[in-house]
Ligand binder design. Structure first.
Ligand SMILES: [Zn+2]
Length: 495
């Protein structure tokens, strides 16, 4: 149930100057306090009606009360006085309530709140006053006449110096307003609404093509490849108009049953992915020549709702002109039931929330990076150990392997150095033109010489390796088995 409160700032203009604090006028205080109270009540989602829009405008007392018609509560805000002289002995807050008792409970609660917040010496209380014609006070007579529980809330006395000084502080009035609003909200069982962030339709997409693709494949494993192929178009067309393309795609998932088109008014071959033109049951909706044009029309239609800015491209949306521009800035407002003006894309309840759920699921999907993640394997492999020149069994917990083991691969240590490679290698012939080219036991001058030379001739190289003393070292075929015969390829010519 929506609660509505009518607030009346007592008096008008500069009225009821305090004899204790000369800068204080009751009418100033009531105007400020009722404005603060309005703000605090509205923060609870409580509707507020005020009796006047301008502090300097007066209004008849009965009319002020009667302005509360349809409200749950009427409060006229005041500070009290004992005659027109300073009186430090009287400071009790009091709520004048209706004779019929309808405002007694909330009146007492509010008077107690004023007592607590202002720290008055005397206790908060309620009072009634009978006139010859029912309620004595005009505002209460007016409120009662329209059936509203009414209160005149006297915020202590402006004839009391301490109370008047206290009421002269804006921050004190704000505290008072906050406490009174909490009291009223609690009395009517209203809890503060959670701040719910709404999602703007205009803006940059958050979900990536990969996430949208993963989503649709998960929801509809049989999804047509043509659908997967057009996912980037949502981002492209969205960007062209400043519309979030991922929102458009999420909407399409909703409208087409995840592109299964089961129970959908439109079909895939129509290139209509948003039920465009399906204004009643049984209608087929608008067809578009290409998927891109269908998506563009949808994006433009979303922009019609979300913004008052002109389209950047030519309008291909046949229903653009029917939209009240800017009537649904947020996804949540695309549903007519949730739209503040009752306008929107769809009539069904929770339409926008359904799109948001799809969107959030998409965004929640961990994005697959285009580069495959580096995977570190435990590698157990035998190869020639550089230091000992002996075949050694190496077990590296953190070696990175690239490519498929069956196709040949390299193993890198953590610094990125190749420590093993079985990349497929095609042996080739080299010509040696000197007599004394040393054959070494490993690829580098830091390996021992075998004491043998190649002599002039042509030799087959079966493996290459980088090493000290040459730009590249080659393993001779005759030493392939033990891998212990290497020559500097700088002294050779490839044949
Ligand atoms: Zn007053």
């Amino acid at each position: 149930m929506a609660i509505k409160v009518c607030l009346d700032a007592g008096h008008y203009g500069k009225y009821n100057r305090s004899p204790a604090v000369s800068s204080y006028y009751e009418s100033d205080m009531t105007w400020k306090l009722h404005n603060y109270l309005k703000k605090e009540l509205e923060a609870f989602g409580i509707g507020v009606v005020t009796t006047r829009t301008n502090q300097n405008t007066d209004r008849a007392l009965y009319e002020r009360g009667a302005a509360s018609k349809g409200c749950n509560l009427f409060i006229s805000v005041h500070s009290n006085a004992v005659g027109n002289v300073v009186n430090e002995n009287v400071d009790y807050p009091v709520a004048y309530v209706l004779l019929n008792g309808s405002s007694t409970d909330i009146g007492l609660k509010l008077a107690k709140v004023v007592e607590a917040v202002m720290g008055t010496a005397q206790s908060g209380r309620t009072a009634t006053r009978q006139g010859t014609n029912g309620e004595y006070y005009g505002v209460l007579r007016g409120a009662n006449a329209v059936g509203t529980p009414g209160i005149i809330l006297e915020h202590s006395f402006h004839t009391n110096t301490r109370a008047t000084k206290w009421l002269s502080s804006d921050s004190n009035l704000q505290k008072l307003a906050k406490a009174e609003a909490e009291c009223i909200a609690s009395y009517y069982g209203v809890t503060k609404k959670e701040e719910t962030a709404l999602t703007k339709i205009m803006g940059n997409a958050v979900a990536t093509v990969e996430q949208m693709t993963a989503y649709i494949k998960e929801k509809n494993p049989d999804v047509a490849q043509s659908v997967v192929d057009m996912i980037p178009l949502y981002l492209l067309e969205g960007k062209a108009e400043g519309v979030r393309g991922d929102i458009a795609f999420a909407q399409s998932c909703l409208e087409t049953g995840n592109f299964g088109f089961s129970g959908s008014a439109v079909t895939l071959d129509q290139n209509n992915f948003c039920g465009m033109g399906v204004t009643s049951n049984g209608m087929k909706g608008n067809p578009f020549d290409t998927p891109q044009l269908g998506i563009r029309a949808q994006v433009q239609h979303l922009k019609a709702y979300a913004s008052t800015v002109d389209l950047k491209s030519e309008c291909v949306d046949p229903r653009f002109k029917y939209v009240t521009r800017g009537c649904a800035e947020y996804v949540e407002w695309l549903g007519q039931k949730e739209n503040p003006d009752g306008k929107g894309w769809a009539a069904g309840a929770g339409y926008g929330a359904k799109i948001i759920t799809i969107l959030n699921t998409m965004i929640g999907i961990k994005s697959e990076t285009t580069e495959p993640e580096e995977v570190w394997y435990r590698v157990r492999k035998t190869w020639t150990d550089a230091a000992t020149q002996k075949g050694a069994f190496h077990s590296l917990e953190n070696a990175k392997r690239c490519a498929d083991e069956n196709e040949g691969y390299s193993v890198f240590d953590e610094s990125g150095k190749v420590i093993y490679s079985n990349d497929t290698f095609t042996p080739y012939l080299v010509r040696v033109s000197i007599e004394d080219l040393n054959i070494r036991k490993g690829p580098g001058t830091d390996y021992d010489k075998t004491g043998k030379y190649t002599g002039k001739g042509a030799f087959t190289i079966v493996e290459e390796a980088e090493g000290k003393g040459a730009s590249l070292w080659g393993l001779l075929k005759s030493y392939q088995k033990n891998r212990d015969g290497w020559i500097s390829l700088d002294y050779t010519e490839r044949v």
